[in-house]
Unconditional design. Structure first.
Length: 150
């Protein structure tokens, strides 16, 4: 991981820690009670209207740097997978579809149970964050072949 990424991750982590501390230290505002949520502290006070904070204990987050041309094998997920290219240019292909370039900053949601691969463009590296529920599924094996024509 390069120094810029280390500093960025450190600053984001510090910012999140400060925000969480500030949220838990807030006093309730006068007036109606904040919406009930399953978050920590007085988290519900940060919203207007009724909210519910979902359980994220089964969420997996990965941050992977693909060198130019690197990519995953064909695979699928039992739920959608969110991809966000932070730096560079990524690529995605779902079986039966054309290859799609993914510029930095553009989120992409893959479809559940659809074979796909993703990685970096041939001429650009890609730093990508992935968010998904549950585990990667493996079937009979053919879907785990290398991507040969990308």
């Amino acid at each position: 991981m390069n120094m810029r990424s280390v500093v960025l991750v450190g600053l984001v982590s510090l910012g999140l820690a400060v925000m969480m501390g500030a949220v838990s230290a807030q006093q309730p505002a006068s007036g109606p009670a904040p919406a009930a949520g399953r978050g920590r502290g007085n988290f519900g006070a940060n919203f207007t209207g009724k909210i519910e904070v979902g359980d994220s204990s089964n969420m997996r987050t990965s941050r992977i740097r693909f060198e130019a041309g690197a990519r995953t094998n064909w695979h699928l997920h039992s739920t959608g997978q969110l991809l966000l290219v932070e730096e560079g240019r990524g690529r995605l292909q779902e079986v039966g579809s054309d290859i799609v370039d993914i510029p930095a900053g553009q989120p992409v949601l893959t479809k559940a149970n659809v074979l796909h691969w993703h990685g970096a463009a041939p001429d650009h590296a890609s730093l990508t964050v992935f968010k998904q529920r549950l585990r990667l599924l493996a079937g009979s094996g053919w879907e785990l072949r290398d991507v040969t024509a990308a």
